[in-house]
Ligand binder design. Structure first.
Ligand code: GUN
Ligand code: ZN
Length: 436
């Protein structure tokens, strides 16, 4: 990877200095510089300070983005890259949606050329939408993981992904034996984990497609590779939950299936968590596991409403996931707008401040990456997004009436989209728009 040179960027900046235990603590964590200067060197943050005329050393290249707002790169804590080509599949809820649309699409990823084509398209979509880090499902095929990691490596992105593991209740072409799943996953970990900025996540699809023998293999891999991530689905849909109870009658509930095989923990991320029992919230807290809240997916599949307030009360880490392709957008601004509406339906006011926290430092913490990314602290990796708050006539009209930065950000998350993503920077280099 070529080294990125010393650069100085002038703009407005917002980030969060540290993680918080409640939304009330956000104001003391937030840092807003209306006119700031970000210094980056060799892919890392050197400093963020107020702009001072004449203070810049001569060796730095100055990039003047005054009028733009720069925030840390968005973290998408749950997404399926092969489902990019089936977004907006009509009419079904989770279990029928999987059988009717998802499994047939995922069956194509044994083909390396197809996997590479969609992986590159997918990475471009992330970057075009300001997402610099994601936790990603591939398919059951190792080829699908190789394609994705190769595409991310070309941009030096920080990305966590894994091969789906499943050995039942799916079409023959997508099913493997527990031993095959173990061997292929082991090979992929050896090949990709901690290569550049890439990391591996053990990815059992969900309890219904996992036999006890498969879950034992996942447990064994976690034991052999204690620093890999664990990424799966939990408590998304009432029929799914009832099915898990039937399949695992000896377990006390859905989460207990995973917990029994030691799959909870600091690097475990559970997508959805919409219908948790009290003891499941408690278990997520005690094991320091994280939740990926995926508002557009939860609304699109009619799965339910995530209880944001409860996640704070129970002190469970939360990141925001697009969950493409049940999710309907790659764009984090639009995703935050839907998260706000999920809050409204439960009398919870999701402020712009809290929303941007979840999308940046909070998401980084949910993925146990907050020592590396998530804000502009010196030494962190220089991943960030340049937002242009007024790209349409309507936005320009509305922004003229905003009173402070929080209202600007709220307007952006209410009717912003990919047009507001002016630039995306990864490891100190501009990756979007692409150099022509
Ligand atoms: N549960 C198991 N697989 C999936 C999937 O692909 N998408 C969603 N939303 N939920 C799942
Ligand atoms: Zn999902």
């Amino acid at each position: 990877m070529p080294q990125a040179p010393l650069r100085a960027i002038r703009a407005s900046f917002i980030d969060f200095r540290h993680t918080v235990a409640s939304p009330e603590q956000l104001p003391e964590s937030v840092r807003y510089l209306a006119d700031g200067l970000l210094l980056i060197d060799n892919g890392h943050i050197v400093s963020l300070s107020p702009w001072q005329e004449g203070a810049l050393s001569e060796e730095a290249e100055l990039i003047d983005l005054s009028g733009k707002i720069i925030v840390p790169g968005f973290v998408d804590s749950h997404i399926h890259y092969p489902q990019t080509e089936m977004m907006g599949a009509y009419g079904e809820q989770l279990l029928e949606w999987l059988n009717q649309y998802t499994f047939p699409v995922e069956s194509q990823y044994h083909c390396p050329q197809h996997a590479a084509q969609i992986a590159e398209f997918f990475i471009d979509q992330l970057l075009a939408n300001g997402t610099t880090t994601a936790l990603v499902f591939a398919t059951v095929h190792p080829e699908s993981v190789d394609a994705l990691f190769n595409a991310a490596l070309a941009h030096n992105m920080r990305l966590i992904a894994g091969k789906v593991m499943m050995d039942r209740h799916a079409p023959e072409a997508l099913i493997e034996t527990p031993e095959e799943s173990y061997q292929q996953t082991r090979d992929l970990i050896t090949r990709w984990h901690e290569k550049g900025r890439l990391s591996y996540a053990l990815t059992p699809r969900f309890a219904p497609t996992s036999s006890p023998q498969l879950l034992e293999k996942v447990q064994q891999l976690r034991h052999e590779f204690p620093d890999v991530w664990l990424h799966t689905h939990l408590s998304e849909n009432p029929q799914e939950i009832a099915w898990v109870r039937q399949l695992f009658p000896e377990r006390s509930g859905y989460l207990d299936v995973y917990h029994h095989y030691n799959l909870t923990g600091r690097r475990s991320v559970f997508a959805h968590c919409l219908h948790l029992e009290d003891d499941e919230w408690q278990c997520l807290h005690e094991t320091d596991s994280a939740i990926a809240f995926c508002p557009t997916s939860n609304l699109f599949l009619g799965s339910g409403l995530f209880d944001i307030k409860r996640s704070w009360q129970q002190q469970v880490k939360v990141g925001i996931g697009s969950d493409v392709g049940a999710g309907t957008t790659f764009n984090m601004l639009e995703t935050l707008g839907e998260a706000y509406k999920v809050g409204q339906l439960q009398q919870y006011k999701l402020s712009a401040c809290e929303a941007f926290y979840h999308a940046t430092l909070g998401g980084a913490r949910a993925l146990d990456l907050d020592s590396k990314i998530g804000n502009f602290a010196a030494g962190k990796e220089a991943d960030f997004v340049v937002l242009d708050p007024a790209v349409t006539p309507l936005q320009t009209l509305r922004l003229a009436k905003t009173v402070d930065i929080w209202e600007i950000l709220f307007v952006l998350m209410t009717f912003g989209d990919d047009r507001n993503i002016a630039e995306t920077w990864v490891a100190g280099s501009r990756c979007w728009p692409k150099a022509s």
